[in-house]
Ligand binder design. Structure first.
Ligand SMILES: [Zn+2]
Length: 263
């Protein structure tokens, strides 16, 4: 899904996108395709689960989470199951427990699920912790932490826990055709802002707007729809438009993007 304003989206500038980062792409890379094998597993699990539910439609999202093996959200006649990939081939007794747990928080069902998770611990991907990134917040012209803290207080009730940093400096490339002004890494809980924005002729409200966009990624779902991860849902776009200088920011980007591309 593409936003209505392709010119005002912000693709990630790091290439370390594992499909769970929000690349905020303006260049068509906005939705990372899931592997077809994984999508087949997901869709099969969704169908199987539907058979055990008394009412409501299931939507299944497979995760590679390290801690949260299962979470269930209800809304609009839809039960969203975010489950670790280990559930893809779970036996019927476990699916029945999943459905019962979703519908009534049944304690016996919870015990079945716990036992299943314990028995499949080996399937939890052991990743080496991401290398800690040295945070660089104080630019020559813009203080990212100050912008972040202000936004966190005004828009997010101080609930955003991500860290923020300028992206690596000194990686100037000639002849850009697009530029990724910000990115949010779910795995690292880290927002990166492109250092090209640390300039005296880039207004603070514009940097703030990019930071705001990336902060929204921490609170908005990135659902997989028809095998594609959607980073900018309609709800995301509505929240984006709540930024107090939204119109000005979009306009500034339109008028000045070419300058940023040349840097
Ligand atoms: Zn984005």
């Amino acid at each position: 899904m593409k936003g209505p304003r392709a010119a005002a989206v912000h693709p990630a500038f790091d290439d370390a996108d594992d499909g769970y980062d929000a690349p905020c792409g303006a260049d068509g890379a906005e939705e990372a395709p899931e592997s077809s094998e994984r999508e087949a597993l997901r869709s099969l699990l969704q169908q199987r689960l539907a058979a055990y539910l008394a009412g409501g439609r299931p939507r299944v999202i497979l995760t590679d989470n390290l801690r949260t093996m299962l979470s269930i959200k209800k809304g609009q006649g839809l039960l969203t199951f975010r489950v670790h990939r280990m559930f893809a081939e779970a036996p019927p007794v476990v699916l029945r427990a999943l459905a019962r747990y979703a519908e009534s928080h049944d304690r016996e069902a919870a015990a079945v699920l716990r036992a299943f998770v314990d028995g499949n611990e080996h399937q939890i991907r052991r990743v080496t912790a991401p290398r800690p990134v040295a945070l660089d917040v104080q630019g020559a012209h813009h203080d990212l932490q100050a912008l972040f803290d202000g936004l966190n207080a005004r828009y997010f009730g101080e609930q955003i826990a991500a860290k923020i940093t300028w992206g690596q400096r000194g990686q100037r490339r000639r002849r850009r055709s697009s530029i990724k002004l910000g990115s949010y890494s779910v795995e690292e809980a880290l927002i990166r802002i492109h250092p090209v924005l640390d300039a005296s002729d880039v207004p603070g409200f514009f940097v703030e707007w990019i930071v705001y966009h990336e902060m929204l990624h921490e609170v908005h779902d990135m659902p997989i729809v028809e095998g594609r991860r959607i980073y900018h849902t309609p709800a995301f776009r509505r929240a984006e438009a709540q930024y107090e200088r939204y119109v000005e920011a979009v306009l500034w980007e339109r008028t000045n993007l070419h300058k940023l591309l040349e840097r």
